[in-house]
Design a protein. Structure first.
Length: 267
């Protein structure tokens, strides 16, 4: 065998080894696929459970970022690297849609919720009507709410109080927070006597009780839309969105107290 032929064989062997290593690296990258989901704070426990199931079944790492929907929408507008936005109301999803930041098929309305009044005391149930003296129930304290002009839970709460003709009197006594979980925390820590949160925020073992539910007709319907971000990992996002509409994921959301909005093409 000539020296040139021998060197050529060595070169091919090294090239083949390099190709194998390259393909293995690609395989590792595929196996380590990840997805970033920006989601409303009220979805935290439920979406963590859903993401764990999805990761176990598909091997895709799901990175979850929770905050108020308004904060997350603004971050996405500024170029934050999100693949999916899961909002607690339609309005903030529409903002991203109007700015052409969503995939062409747009959002899916997936979940709904209830709005409740909570207390950290052994308080009696309250019947919320236009005759309710909410200020007196505060006993000199404040009413915790998420930002009433920006965060969905606060927007819904303000609308409900307006509808009941209670807003004008109670507005000076409201303590506003960045998101609904922060409002709940004020009640849990005893810093305020009452707060307005979602029913799903109150879980067993928590030092908070529901003292009243707001009539659904007093506020806009509480809807959680979810959509893929156009500049994100659209392929992985669509796969996760499909999983959210499976019976497996729906069962998790229901177990956490959410109502699932059914669609004819859900599977």
């Amino acid at each position: 065998m000539s020296m040139i032929a021998h060197l050529f064989r060595i070169y091919l062997t090294k090239a083949q080894i390099a190709l194998v290593i390259f393909l293995l690296c690609l395989g590792n990258i595929a196996n380590a696929a990840s997805l970033t989901v920006f989601a409303a704070a009220s979805l935290k426990e439920a979406l963590e459970d859903v993401a764990d199931r999805y990761q176990t079944q598909n091997g895709t790492k799901v990175v979850l970022s929770f905050a108020g929907s308004s904060i997350l929408a603004r971050q996405i507008e500024l170029g934050a690297p999100a693949d999916i936005f899961f909002s607690a109301n339609v309005a903030w999803m529409d903002v991203l849609g109007q700015n052409q930041l969503l995939v062409d098929e747009g959002p899916v309305n997936l979940l709904s919720n209830r709005l409740v009044l909570v207390s950290n005391r052994d308080a009696a149930a309250v019947d919320l009507t236009s005759e309710t003296d909410l200020v007196a129930l505060l006993e000199g304290g404040r009413l915790a709410m998420a930002l009433v002009d920006a965060v969905p839970a606060g927007i819904y709460g303000k609308a409900a109080l307006h509808s009941l003709k209670l807003w004008q009197d109670v507005a000076p006594h409201v303590a506003q927070t960045d998101n609904v979980r922060a409002a709940l925390a004020l009640v849990t820590r005893g810093e305020v006597p009452l707060g307005i949160v979602y029913a799903t925020d109150v879980v067993d073992g928590m030092d908070v009780s529901i003292v009243a539910s707001f009539p659904p007709e007093t506020h806009p319907e509480i809807v959680y839309p979810v959509a893929a971000i156009a500049e994100g990992n659209v392929v992985e996002a669509r796969a996760f969105l499909s999983f959210l509409r499976t019976d497996d994921a729906k069962d998790v959301f229901r177990a956490h107290g959410f109502q699932v909005i059914e669609r004819a093409d859900d599977g």
